[in-house]
Design a protein around this ligand. Structure first.
Ligand SMILES: [Zn+2]
Length: 585
């Protein structure tokens, strides 16, 4: 299907670190690059990229592979799309794909339909039908140049103008309906967006995935989005993130606002690290997206009471994802758009950002109103303390004095209170996890079981270091390993199989046990502060432990008088080895 030559040519011209750097901040450590894994949530880097092998591996979640796997996984591309994208980056012309494309010229995707629709909306805004929309945008202080920059468009009030346009472009009725831009009603097909100013929505990877439309007159919801589809999920995306991601990385922080207009206005005034949620309370997956690009996020939401409570949950989620949250409380209940349009708006906005409250302090301020009301004070206090206990001590400690003062407590009292709630919560969570484990044991005979700590660490060191692999033979080490899974991995590694080959095999057969062992070993190594140098020490510990176990068995047989002569000789031999530290063989 795809010429292997194309693949090899692309691979030879692309460096995996260059590709991954667009998504993950990498730091060189020894011969590898490390960063925060983009595939799971973590606060300390366990995502490792090897330039030498052109592979990546996460020791936390076990994801790994080559540059193709990475791009497919992170952008949700299929192999062909990943190849095309990489070929473009590498400046390679793909013979195989070009030929295939001509052959299947008729094949269109949602993405193509969206692009055509965007074209239609933009032209409509510029054309005679777009006069009302242009007037609306002018009233809101959006000049034609800004409309262009953000590709704003206009969906005319007619029932079928987009539908007819897309038919003319050569799409089939089915394709158009599937795209969600046209709906099937009782009396036929009709355009989903009518009489609305249109905002194109892109994924973080610059793929046009859908639209948001704001009504400018008449009945209907103020805002309407493309319907959920395989391409568009508003829970998984953020408006303008594609434009803002570089700036977010450069400035080290993101500004999260609520509306499309707020976001555009902020960008207009140079706050190019601004993104907007798409009409939902912040979701786990959006939090993960933000964490991928920023370590700090200013939250700038309108502040009616219901909104504040919903936003609070999102903020805690974000903070637990490892993003420090600061809450901006705009004076006079204004939204960022209104603030920025004032005289000296950008200065005022900058000032407001500077006054933003860290989440623990914001929560305290929010609850302090209720703490003076006798019937609400207990629940307000509990809500706050539980919230604080759900954060890491690192997030709370800097604000302890301020919060304690607000609560009328001594800092040490507050600290103990949070600590005790934290223990309770984690004990509860653990009980939960154990119950889950027991359940799965009942369901499944493949009992989840942890290999021995030292064996895991040893295994991870062999995995990481070719030098370590060279310094052991299977025969001298394998009899000291108790866990059969660890034995398997070590046998493979010491037989010359490379970690990425092993990994590819595990992936093929969908076996995660190996990766669990490596990940566990690695986190134990990090916790113990051990590195490559420890590999012989660990081997010695395993060996000693093994000999001691055998000796204690022999000893008990000897004391019962049931040991054979050979066993007695073995015992003496082993005890000499232990004393002399000599090899068993
Ligand atoms: Zn990971």
């Amino acid at each position: 299907m795809f010429g292997g030559d194309d693949v090899n040519e692309v691979k030879s011209k692309i460096d995996i670190t260059d590709v991954i750097k667009d998504y993950v901040t990498l730091h060189r450590k020894g011969r590898a690059y490390w960063g925060l894994c983009p595939f799971h949530n973590e606060k300390t880097p366990s995502f490792c990229v090897s330039q030498e092998r052109q592979t990546y591996h996460c020791f936390g979640c076990g994801k790994g592979g080559d540059v193709f796997t990475f791009l497919m996984e992170i952008e949700r591309l299929d192999f062909k799309e990943a190849l095309e994208k990489l070929a473009e980056k590498a400046g390679v012309r793909l013979h195989s794909v070009a030929a295939e494309r001509t052959a299947r010229g008729a094949r269109r995707t949602y993405g193509d339909i969206n692009l055509q629709a965007l074209d239609f909306f933009v032209k409509s805004l510029e054309g005679s039908a777009g006069e009302a929309a242009r007037a609306y945008l002018a009233r809101r202080g959006i000049a034609p140049g800004v409309s262009k920059r953000f590709e704003l468009g206009w969906a005319p009030s007619s029932w079928d103008s987009l539908f007819n346009y897309l038919i003319k472009c050569g799409f089939s009725k089915n394709q158009i309906v599937e795209s969600g831009l046209v709906s099937q009603g009782e009396s036929g097909l009709y355009d989903r967006f009518r009489g609305r100013v249109m905002f194109p929505i892109y994924s973080i990877t610059d793929k046009l995935i859908g639209f948001g439309g704001r009504i400018i007159g008449g009945d209907g919801a103020k805002y309407l989005n493309s319907p959920e589809s395989p391409l568009f999920s508003k829970r998984d995306n953020l408006y303008l993130l594609n434009k803002a991601k570089v700036s977010i990385r450069d400035k080290g922080c993101a500004i999260l606002v609520e509306g499309y207009m707020d976001a555009i206005r902020a960008h207009m005034f140079g706050f190019t690290n601004t993104i907007a949620s798409l009409g939902t309370a912040l979701t786990e997956s959006q939090a993960a997206l933000i964490k991928r690009t920023a370590g700090l996020c200013y939250i700038c939401y309108d502040s009616d009471e219901a909104g504040q409570e919903a936003a609070l949950r999102g903020m805690y989620m974000l903070q637990r994802h490892g993003v420090a949250v600061k809450v901006v409380r705009l004076t006079g209940g204004k939204d960022p758009d209104e603030i920025l349009l004032q005289e000296n708006g950008p200065d005022i906005f900058t000032e407001e950002l500077g006054k933003a409250l860290p989440l623990p302090v914001y929560h305290t301020v929010l609850r302090s109103r209720d703490m003076d009301v006798p019937e609400r004070s207990v629940s307000a206090r509990n809500d706050l303390l539980d919230g604080l206990a759900s954060l890491s001590a690192f997030d709370v400690l800097p604000h302890l004095d301020r919060i304690a003062q607000q609560l009328g407590m001594f800092p040490h009292e507050l600290r103990e209170e949070i600590e005790s709630r934290r223990t309770k919560t984690s004990a509860g969570a653990q009980g939960h996890a154990e119950a889950g484990l027991r359940e799965s044991r009942d369901d499944d005979n493949a009992t989840p079981r942890y290999a021995d700590d030292i064996e895991c660490m040893f295994c991870s060191l062999l995995w990481e270091s070719p030098r370590a692999r060279e310094s052991f033979s299977i025969e001298e080490i394998i009899s000291f390993i108790k866990d059969p899974e660890v034995q398997n991995i070590i046998t493979a590694l010491l037989s010359g199989e490379r970690p990425e080959q092993l990994e590819a095999r595990w992936r093929q057969i969908g076996d995660s046990r190996g990766q669990t062992i490596i990940a566990r070993g690695n986190s134990l190594l990090a916790k113990e502060g051990l590195d490559f140098e420890s590999v012989h020490k660990l081997a010695a510990v395993m060996r000693k432990r093994c000999i001691e176990n055998r000796m204690s068995l022999l000893r008990s047989r000897m004391t019962r008088g049931s040991a054979t002569e050979a066993e007695q000789l073995e015992y003496q031999h082993l005890s000499r080895i232990l004393k002399g530290g000599k090899s068993l063989v």
